[in-house]
Design a protein around this ligand. Structure first.
Ligand code: SAM
Length: 269
C-alpha cells in the first residue's frame, strides 16, 4: 500500500491540505452520522476558559470550523488570531468567516516557529493538528513560549481505536507497509507525556461519540479523502468489494458502526 508520511510537510501542504476539499469530506461524515448530538466544536468551545479581552491564537485552524460552529458565542472582547501553514486552508477559513460579525486576524504560521513575542497569548488552541507536525517538541515549546504564565493550551486529537472499522475496510484488502501513525505521533495514549515536558498541568477530557452510518457513499468518500493513499492502493474491484460489504452491513443492521475516540488536552503551568 502506498504510504504517505503524516509528518511529510510537502505532502500535507501540496496535497492533503492544499485546500479544504479533502478535510470537508471527512468532516461531512462526522456531521451527518455522529451519535453525539452535541457537536465536537461546541464541546471544545465549552472548555475554553479565559477572561474578557483575551488574546487567543489557533494553530492549524483549517477552515475555521471551531469559530463557525460557535459564531453566536464568541465574546466581542476576544482578540483572535487564526493561523495555518496552508494558505489554501486560510482562504477557506476567510470565506467561511465572512458572515461572522467578529473580526479575526489571519496569519500563515508553521506551528514549529510562531512569529510572536514571548507571553503574547492567554489561550493557544491546536485541534487535530499536532500529530502532523514533524518537530512536535519544538512546536509545544513554541506554544509554551508565546503563552502568558497563566495561559492555557487546548489540543484535540484522536486515540488508537478511532475509526478503526473504516481503516480495517482498507487494511484487510491491502495491508499497509507500516501502520497508520497519527495516533502514535500525538494521540490520547501518547500525547500527555509530550505535553508534560513543557506544561506542569495536563488534564484529559474525553468526547463521547461514535458513528452510525446509514449510507455507503459517504464512507467511500471518506476513505478517498484520507491521507493513506486509499485510492492509489486499491483496485476498482476492491473498492466495489468495500461498497458491497458496507451495503450488506447497513442492510442487515440498519447502519455501519464506527468507533470514535476523541479527546481534548488542557494544559497550563
Ligand atoms: C486535520 S486538519 C484540522 C483543522 C482544524 N483544526 C479542525 O479541527 O477542523 C489539520 C490542519 O493542520 C494544518 N497543519 C498541518 N501541519 C501544520 C503545521 N506544521 N503548522 C501549522 N498548521 C499545520 C493543516 O494545513 C490543516 O489545516
Amino acid at each position: 500500500m502506498a504510504k504517505f508520511s503524516d509528518g511529510d510537510p510537502a505532502y500535507l501542504l501540496n496535497q492533503q491540505y492544499r485546500d479544504s476539499s479533502q478535510l470537508s469530506k471527512r468532516i461531512a461524515l462526522h456531521e451527518h452520522f455522529s451519535t453525539n448530538p452535541y457537536g465536537l466544536h461546541q464541546w471544545v468551545f465549552d472548555h475554553i476558559s479565559t477572561q474578557p479581552s483575551a488574546h487567543i491564537l489557533e494553530l492549524g485552524c483549517g477552515a475555521g470550523a471551531l469559530w463557525t460552529h460557535n459564531a453566536e458565542r464568541i465574546p466581542t472582547s476576544w482578540d483572535i488570531t487564526l493561523s495555518d501553514f496552508s494558505e489554501g486552508m486560510l482562504a477557506s477559513a476567510q470565506q467561511a468567516l465572512i458572515a461572522l460579525p467578529h473580526p479575526f486576524h489571519i496569519e500563515v504560521i508553521n506551528a514549529q516557529s510562531i512569529p510572536h513575542p514571548d507571553k503574547s497569548f492567554d489561550v493557544v488552541i491546536a485541534n487535530h493538528m499536532l500529530y502532523h507536525v514533524p518537530n512536535r517538541q519544538q512546536a509545544i515549546q513554541e506554544i509554551r513560549r508565546v503563552l502568558k504564565d497563566d495561559g492555557h493550551f487546548y489540543a484535540t486529537t484522536i486515540g488508537r481505536a478511532h475509526m478503526q472499522q473504516l481503516d480495517e475496510l482498507v487494511i484487510k484488502r491491502v495491508p499497509p507497509a507500516e501502520p497508520d501513525d497519527i495516533a502514535e505521533n500525538f494521540g490520547l495514549e501518547t500525547g500527555e507525556a509530550q505535553l508534560r515536558k513543557s506544561f506542569s498541568h495536563v488534564t484529559i477530557h474525553i468526547y463521547d461519540d461514535a458513528l452510525k452510518v446509514t449510507e455507503t457513499e459517504p464512507i467511500i468518500q471518506y476513505l478517498h479523502s484520507k491521507p493513506l493513499g486509499f485510492s492509489d492502493a486499491l483496485t476498482s474491484e476492491q473498492i466495489e468489494d468495500i461498497r458491497a460489504e458496507v451495503n450488506a452491513e447497513i442492510e442487515q443492521h440498519g447502519s455501519f458502526y464506527v468507533t470514535k475516540v476523541t479527546c481534548l488536552f488542557e494544559c497550563w503551568g
